[in-house]
Design a protein around this ligand. Structure first.
Ligand SMILES: [Zn+2]
Ligand SMILES: [Zn+2]
Length: 259
C-alpha cells in the first residue's frame, strides 16, 4: 500500500527542562552551537493534504512561529506529561484562522489530562477566545487524519503507557524506557525510527544512549534519530562522532523527507 510523501520537521528535541537548562553553566548549556539548543520534544508531520503536530509542549507557540506554520489539521498526543501538553492553549491562533475547533487525538489517559489542565475549554458557558478542541479518543487501532493513516504503538514510560506512532515507514517514539514484544513488531520494518535517549547513564523512565542504540540494532532500522535529549548527553558534535552507522542525534529544525 502506498503512503503519501511526508516531510517531518523536528520542532524540539530536548528533554522536559530543555537545553540549555535554566541556571546551568555546563559545557552543553553554554555551547554556542545551534545544535545544542533544544526546545521541548515535538515533531511536525506534513503530507500533501495534511499537517499535524505530535505533542504541544511549552515551546509550541515559538515552534509554530519558527517553522512558519499557518495551518494545522490536528494535534496528536503521546502522553499527558507537561513537557508534551503545556502549549495546547496556543492552538487558539489556528482556531481563529480556521474559524473552528482543532481535532485532538489522544488516548483516554491523556484526554483526561487535557480536560483537567484546560478545563476552561470544556465549560458549558464558554468565555470568548478560549481554545476550541475536538477530542478524539484513540486506542491501539489505526486512525486516519486527512490522507494519513496512523498506527498507535503503545510503549512504557516507567509505569505510564505512552503512544508511539507509525506513519508508513516512519515511526516516532518518545518517552519510553521499555517496549513490549507486540509493539516491537509494529515498529519492525520502519525505514526511519525516532527514539528517545535521555543521556548516557541509565534512567528510570527513559532509554539511555546505549539502550536506544541496541534497540535500533535489534529492530534492524536503517536510520535512527535520537530525541528528548538532556544536557547530560553531551555536546551534539561530540556525541555524533561516537554513534554507530545509521544512528544520529536529532536536532531542532532537522527535516526529513519520505517519498
Ligand atoms: Zn517528555
Ligand atoms: Zn514524559
Amino acid at each position: 500500500m502506498s503512503y503519501p510523501p511526508l516531510t517531518i520537521t523536528f520542532l524540539g528535541t530536548g528533554t522536559s527542562s530543555g537545553v540549555p537548562m535554566i541556571g546551568c553553566d555546563c559545557e552543553v548549556c553554554i555551547s554556542t552551537d545551534k545544535h545544542d539548543k533544544r526546545l521541548r520534544s515535538s515533531i511536525l508531520v506534513k503530507s500533501p493534504r495534511t499537517t499535524l503536530v505530535v505533542d504541544t509542549g511549552p515551546d509550541f507557540r515559538y515552534q509554530m512561529l519558527r517553522e512558519k506554520v499557518k495551518h494545522l489539521d490536528a494535534v496528536v498526543f503521546t502522553h499527558p506529561h507537561k513537557d508534551h501538553l503545556a502549549g495546547l492553549d496556543d492552538i487558539r491562533a489556528f482556531n481563529f484562522f480556521s474559524n473552528g475547533p482543532i481535532d485532538v487525538y489522544a488516548d483516554s489517559l491523556t484526554e483526561e489530562a487535557v480536560r483537567r489542565d484546560f478545563y476552561y475549554a470544556f465549560t458549558d458557558t464558554k468565555y470568548p477566545g478560549i481554545p476550541q478542541l475536538n477530542l478524539n479518543t484513540i486506542d491501539q487501532k489505526t486512525f486516519v487524519v486527512g490522507d494519513l493513516s496512523i498506527l498507535p504503538i503503545p510503549v512504557w514510560h516507567l509505569k505510564m503507557p505512552v503512544m508511539g506512532f507509525r506513519f508508513g515507514s516512519f515511526t516516532y517514539i518518545t518517552d519510553a524506557n521499555r517496549i513490549d514484544p507486540e509493539s516491537m513488531e509494529k515498529i519492525r520494518g520502519s525505514k526511519v525510527l525516532v527514539l528517545n535517549a535521555l543521556r548516557k547513564t541509565k534512567h528510570i523512565s527513559h532509554f539511555s544512549l546505549s539502550e536506544a542504540i541496541d534497540l535500533a540494532k535489534e529492530l534492524e532500522i536503517p536510520q535512527t534519530y535520537l530525541t528528548h535529549l538532556s544536557h547530560q548527553m553531551g555536546k551534539h558534535a561530540d556525541v555524533e562522532k561516537e554513534l554507530p552507522e545509521g544512528v544520529h542525534l536529532a536536532y531542532d529544525g532537522l527535516t526529513l523527507h519520505f517519498d
